[in-house]
Write a new protein. Structure first.
Lengths: 280, 280
């Protein structure tokens, strides 16, 4: 497995044989089984697999956890090698944002709700860095996790609107035994917080079950989910959403089509997100 | 020569043999010898040459000449074929901006002066459509004319900042016998306006000569150029600039390095631009 810090080395490796297909797995490191499931999926669908490890500063706002975001490069590289990765791109900030950098990519409608409402500069940072990573790696297929539901929708729009010549592959959320979605941020949780954090998935699952039983009133579903989350004394709700799965607009009445149940919950300073997409 | 309206046909043609190099010449049609010089240059440097003809609505502001912009598709295709073009992409607006389109690319510093000051939404439209055309055509080399000096600087920044895997090739301005820079917009000029329009290049040339004689005071150079342009009764100056050729900031003192002399002048409703770049 090759580990490269520079864009020029990545280019050389990527285009050594232009007939090969490449799968790209962009990450911020501190890898867990969710990331590795993306690498494993990419491994089965491409001649070559590239992962990137870059904690992108522009998708963190002032006061968020950029400086404390967990890092474990040596362990990450061991895990990537074991999962069958061929090339890892580990750039310094200055390789991605050199002096004079002044360009931004923005997806402007479906970024206003949910995560975008709580983190208004987040998706601009994501769209810009993913555009760069797509142009650096020029993958045939790019792999992202369903865990970041709105991100997957924003990136689908980005790929469609800017005509990237690649397939987005969205892989299922990988969960701990109690249902907690795997996330690098789970490392921040105290033991008590960790014991209560399964409530996100529990609430989403109960909301899903209510809908599958025939509930059409989205407010009822949100109410049930909120009530469940509030039973955990350390949980503080940021949002609970029952939205159209394409536009991300909050639903009044649940109709056939794509529906996204999602939530963001604070435990102390740690902000966890989770979701369940439904096709009705 | 193949003429395609759809992105999928372009992709199929572009990637039929991934080992070939491709030159891209993006245009808004109504071709003149300036455009054809780009095609001819691309012809000598690539296995395949693609031109695009698309009058991009997003780079025109309200009240500009989008609806009157001259069009001559049949003649354009004849000229492109003669110049050795292999593939022409002629999309409808809806192929480039389908319903739900919501993504923007912006270069945010060097777009504030000169053309960007007079046309504040222009370069956002240019950066977005060029990003799309780069991703659609995925060229090895992309050709633009020096006539649009600020555009060439904005696109260099775009390619660098978003890591497009291509070379930008900037080709010299092609001029009429009296020095007028070739432009599709010259077709708007009345006979009297046309007779006076050579003054842009005349003023830029006199400005250049003053600098080459040793003038260090940029205000003196601007003053000379303005005086010359104002001698033409139909000319109305938008701007006359002596700027740093990289940052595009107006100079007080002319020092060694890149200097850009540029001007925008109205003749009636027709806005003409021209420039001379200097390396001192």
């Amino acid at each position: 497995m090759d580990v490269f810090n520079s864009i020029s080395e990545i280019r050389q490796s990527r285009w050594a044989d232009p007939t090969l297909s490449w799968g790209l797995v962009p990450t911020m490191g501190y890898l867990h089984q969710g990331h590795l499931s993306l690498v494993q999926k990419a491994r089965t669908e491409n001649d070559r697999v590239m992962a990137t490890i870059f904690v992108n500063p522009t998708q963190f706002a002032e006061g968020e956890d950029l400086s404390s975001y967990p890092r474990s490069l040596k362990r990450d590289l061991d895990l990537l090698k074991e999962a069958g990765c061929d090339v890892v791109f580990v750039p310094q900030d200055s390789e991605i944002y050199p002096d004079g950098f002044q360009t931004a990519v923005s997806v402007n409608v479906i970024t206003k709700q949910l995560e975008g409402a709580s983190r208004p500069t987040h998706f601009g940072g994501v769209a810009t860095v993913v555009t760069k990573l797509f142009n650096i790696a020029q993958p045939t297929n790019a792999y992202f996790g369903q865990k970041d539901a709105q991100q997957t929708i924003v990136l689908k729009q980005l790929v469609e609107d800017l005509n990237f010549n690649l397939n987005l592959v969205i892989c299922p959320t990988v969960r701990e035994a109690d249902g907690l979605a795997m996330s690098s941020r789970n490392a921040y949780l105290s033991k008590d917080e960790r014991n209560q954090a399964h409530v996100l998935f529990q609430a989403l699952t109960e909301g899903k079950n209510l809908i599958l039983k025939g509930e059409k009133n989205a407010a009822e579903v949100r109410h049930l989910m909120k009530k469940l989350i509030e039973q955990q004394p350390l949980a503080k709700i940021d949002y609970v959403s029952v939205a159209n799965g394409r536009s991300l607009e909050e639903l009044e009445t649940i109709e056939d089509g794509e529906v996204l149940l999602s939530t963001a919950v604070y435990f102390g300073n740690t902000r966890l997100i989770d979701n369940i997409p439904l096709s009705l």
